[in-house]
Design a protein around this ligand. Structure first.
Ligand code: AMP
Length: 318
């Protein structure tokens, strides 16, 4: 029985990165999210694919224990996205988006999915995200969502209304700024928290992520990888680690949210090591634990003991 539901895209992506091009790789926001979260929790995916969808790709998901009963297949082509990271590894330039079967998709939740305690509304048309939220018969313990510049451009009112209904928004730095018209991360976060969110997680590519919670702010670095092959899916993998951890420990408290942000960074760091899902889907528990420990080490420092302050020169005493 799953304890988390995700709605989002399942796609074939074509990417151009400084390492080279790769066409028609399996991708999509719901795909990365479910593979990343699937290491930690039982997740069910709601999405649509076309007749061209490779049965092996469905098996890859279901063989990992991901519930694909809500992954419907209809006439038409699977969603396709192509993007380039040639200019900046931290943010994709979209070259083409073909919604295809998503253009007419009206998700209908099965009864088994309507009361799941964790819900992730991965990047897709905010109207579809809202439709899934409205079909939940019990308000989940935590609802989080993601979005992107396309929807801010063409569906802003629907997106704003969605953000007002969720607990946590995960969003890229540039998109947070675009959505709020703020000129810095902290002021964008302030404006988003004012919309009623419990927390906003601002993803900053190789500079890590910052959780702006109503009660605290917590920053986590990105793992300093020497070679980033394909940044596609980093954000969704971050979200998968973040919510996968919260749902597996069934805790939405402040300490759990801090740790979840580290688990998100762990998953994102694996996602970018190869094209598409190649690395993310081939992990084992030892590798995941080792990367988590590396983050602990990366961020560990001793606070000053015994009420001591920094050795600031006495001239500056007030
Ligand atoms: P990210 O984790 O932000 O790198 O997301 C990458 C994934 O988002 C790719 O696998 C794309 O298929 C997917 N994607 C790109 N544009 C859209 C869109 N407009 N709606 C839904 N998914 C998208």
């Amino acid at each position: 029985m799953p304890n988390m539901l995700v709605v989002g895209s399942v796609a074939y992506d074509s990417v151009d990165t400084p390492s080279g091009k790769n066409d028609n790789q399996l991708g999509g926001s719901a795909t990365y999210f479910s593979v990343a979260s699937g290491y930690l929790t039982d997740v069910a995916v709601v999405a649509v694919v076309g007749r061209d969808f490779d049965p092996d790709d469905r098996s890859m998901l279901s063989d990992r224990g991901i519930d694909t009963s809500g992954l419907v297949q209809v006439e038409g082509d699977t969603f396709r996205w192509s993007g380039s990271y040639r200019e900046d590894l931290n943010s994709a330039v979209t070259l083409e988006t073909q919604l295809n079967v998503f253009a007419d998709f009206a998700p209908e939740l099965g009864d088994a999915h309507k009361a799941l305690p964790f819900l992730f509304l991965a990047n897709i048309d905010p109207t579809l995200q809202a439709s899934v939220l409205s079909q939940m018969t019990t308000r989940p313990k935590m609802v989080a969502c993601d979005t992107m510049n396309l929807w801010i451009d063409i569906a802003r009112p629907a997106l704003v209304s969605l953000v007002e209904q969720v607990d946590i928004l995960l969003i890229n730095e540039a998109e947070a700024m675009q959505l709020t018209e703020a000129d810095g991360v902290a002021s964008a976060a302030d404006r988003l928290l004012d919309m009623g969110l419990r927390a906003v997680v601002i993803k900053r590519g190789e500079y890590g992520a910052v959780v702006f919670h109503k009660e605290f702010t917590f920053a986590v670095p990105a793992y300093p990888l020497v070679s980033v092959v394909d940044p596609t899916g980093a954000g969704d993998s971050f979200a998968g680690g973040f919510l996968g951890y919260l749902s597996s420990v069934d805790d939405t408290g402040n300490d759990a949210i801090r740790r979840a942000a580290v688990v998100g960074s762990v998953m994102a760091s694996f996602a970018v090591e190869s094209y598409g899902l190649d690395r993310l889907k081939s992990l084992n528990a030892t590798e995941i634990d080792a990367r988590f420990d590396a983050f602990v080490e990366l961020t560990r420092f001793h606070p000053l003991g015994g009420g001591q302050g920094l050795p600031v020169k006495s001239t500056f005493n007030s």
